[in-house]
Design a protein around this ligand. Structure first.
Ligand code: FAD
Length: 502
């Protein structure tokens, strides 16, 4: 059985030696703060010798810049026989100043009366200097970050925002209460496994553009850059076992205006391309029409010539035959010239086409007319529409034609309802586009005839020669699809275009 070692009271000189040898500046005063004892550390800190201190008031150390209220609080606390701790600016014997972290404890006798005060202080000037420097640098960094014209957010390893700026706060309106979460979700979706890889390797990512759609408003575009930063964990646990903490610095630039500009340039380019296509197409149609119309009389001349050859009894057969031959030769020459003038069809290579994006472009091309005619557009895209292997310019021409037909029909009906609905669907192994209008509709007996070349219900004064739907059918067939006209839900016309999915 082990017994506790006997406790022998410490000899009084041990206390004295401990105080004498302590690294902390220690002093003992009377009740009026007159110095009765100051240890060597106190003498080193203040620059005064023991004999210069003896009997002097502690106020000899006071640097008179310290506000009076500090001393009043100190004394009020001591009068209540409570210890006081605080920071005072002290002046050394040589006049230099230092910041003292001072604790004063009242020393009570057996009767509970304060007989002395024990003062202990250490020089914390350097620590204060470092703290201020850190504070100043933090303030400087925050000011620079805040003044930046890009949104900045620093996220800790649990993806909580630990630092952000004014531009970041402006994103709340568009991206919700914590924009970083919305951006990170979109980045993860867009970058896929690359996002995790960029984080693990620490190499980050830059210039990644994200698009956010807003109901009834233009989409917003952001260019995002991310870099992972490591810092040493400053918690007490990590003092002897340093660990790194990872932060993600997210820099986000609103590029909506740049994108809108790019988009305008692109749509204008598309408009010019389609106008050129149309010009070539109408030239082809006009020339083909002229050739077709010329072929009729020429065939008649050929027939007349053959008849004449079989009737030698006719008057002046040689002369007539010669005239007819000459007319035919001239006619064939004109036909050949006309055929030579027919511009070639521009061929483009098939590529992967997203019909939702293409139809949105077609709507954008018609925005001025839709606004001028007061047509309400209902755009109902399929959420996930597989791509189509097709020729984009032809498909643009196809849907431009169909939308223009629908707008003409709406305009013609002059009804109260002026509605255009565009729907895309992914049905089994095919893609469908429905174009529905609130026009007068197409009578049943015309639903096949309208696809015939030169069939038009619009009249020549409107410069329609009836090739629009023939051309549309041609394009759809070249893409292995089908096009039908059906009665629309509100009495108008529904055009159903179907393509095989890739
Ligand atoms: P003072 O006139 O001395 O004091 C300012 C106010 O404090 C007065 O208006 C009064 O209300 C109050 N006050 C002062 N003395 C007393 C008292 N005896 N009883 C009640 N209230 C009083 N000061 C330093 O600047 N640096 C130090 O390192 C320091 N160490 C100290 C250590 C101890 C153990 C003690 C007891 C005091 C210490 N002081 C120190 C405080 C010091 O005694 C002075 O109060 C202080 O320096 C202000 O001096 P002053 O001449 O500017 O004003």
């Amino acid at each position: 059985m082990s017994s506790a070692p006997p406790t022998t009271p410490l000899p009084p000189q041990v206390f004295r030696q401990a105080v004498e040898q302590a690294a902390l500046a220690i002093s003992i005063t009377d009740g009026k703060a007159r110095i009765l004892y100051a240890n060597p550390a106190f003498q080193r800190a203040t620059g005064y010798k023991a004999e210069e201190l003896a009997g002097e008031n502690q106020s000899m150390l006071s640097y008179k810049m310290t506000p009076k209220i500090v001393y009043e609080t100190l004394w009020a606390q001591l009068k209540r026989q409570r210890a006081w701790n605080g920071l005072l600016v002290n002046r050394r014997k040589d006049g230099s100043r230092y910041l003292a972290d001072l604790t004063i404890t009242p020393v009570l006798d057996e009767m509970g009366n304060t007989t002395h005060y024990l003062g202990m202080h250490r020089d914390v000037t350097e620590m204060h200097h470092l703290e201020r420097q850190v504070h100043n640098q933090k303030h400087l960094i925050e000011s620079v970050v805040d003044a930046a014209q890009v949104a900045i957010a620093l996220l800790d390893d649990s993806e909580r925002v630990v630092l952000d700026n004014q531009e970041y706060k402006k994103l709340i309106g568009d991206l919700g209460r914590e924009p970083a979460q919305t951006l990170l979700a979109a980045l993860r979706e867009n970058l896929g496994p690359e996002f995790a890889k960029a984080g693990a390797s620490g190499r980050g990512f830059a210039g990644h553009e994200l698009r956010f759609d807003r109901p009834g408003r233009e989409p917003r575009w952001f260019s995002c850059a991310g870099s992972w930063i490591e810092e040493l964990d400053s918690s007490a646990d990590a003092f002897y076992a340093p660990t790194m903490r990872k932060y993600l610095l997210l820099v986000v630039q609103d590029v909506t205006a740049i994108k809108a500009n790019e988009e305008t340039i692109r749509v204008n380019g598309l408009r010019a391309l389609l106008a050129e296509q149309e010009r070539i197409q109408s030239l082809r149609e006009a020339l083909s029409g002229a050739i077709y119309q010329l072929e009729g009389p020429l065939n008649m001349v050929a027939a007349a010539s053959r008849m004449l050859e079989r009737r030698p009894d006719a008057e002046q057969p040689d002369f007539l035959a010669a005239v007819l031959h000459e007319a035919m030769d001239k006619g064939q020459e004109v036909l050949a010239t006309l055929r030579g003038c027919v511009p070639d069809e521009t061929r483009e290579a098939p590529q992967s086409v997203n019909l939702n994006a293409l139809l949105q472009d077609v709507l954008r091309l018609h925005t001025p007319r839709l606004l001028a005619d007061g047509v309400v557009v209902e755009w109902q895209p399929a959420a996930a529409l597989p791509n189509l292997n097709g020729r984009p310019t032809q498909l643009y021409s196809l849907f431009k034609q169909l939308v223009e037909n629908a707008l003409d029909a709406i305009h013609e009906s002059r009804g109260e309802r002026r509605e255009l609905r565009l729907t895309t669907l992914a049905v089994d192994d095919r893609l469908e586009v429905l174009i529905e209008d609130s026009g007068p509709g197409v009578p049943e007996e015309w639903r096949l005839k309208v696809f015939e070349p030169y069939f038009t219900t619009k009249g020549a004064q409107q410069q329609h020669i009836g090739m629009g739907l023939a051309m549309a059918q041609d394009i759809v067939m070249h893409h292995g699809g089908l096009i039908n006209l059906e009665p629309g839900p509100g009495g108008g016309c529904r055009v159903r275009v179907q393509f095989p999915a890739v």
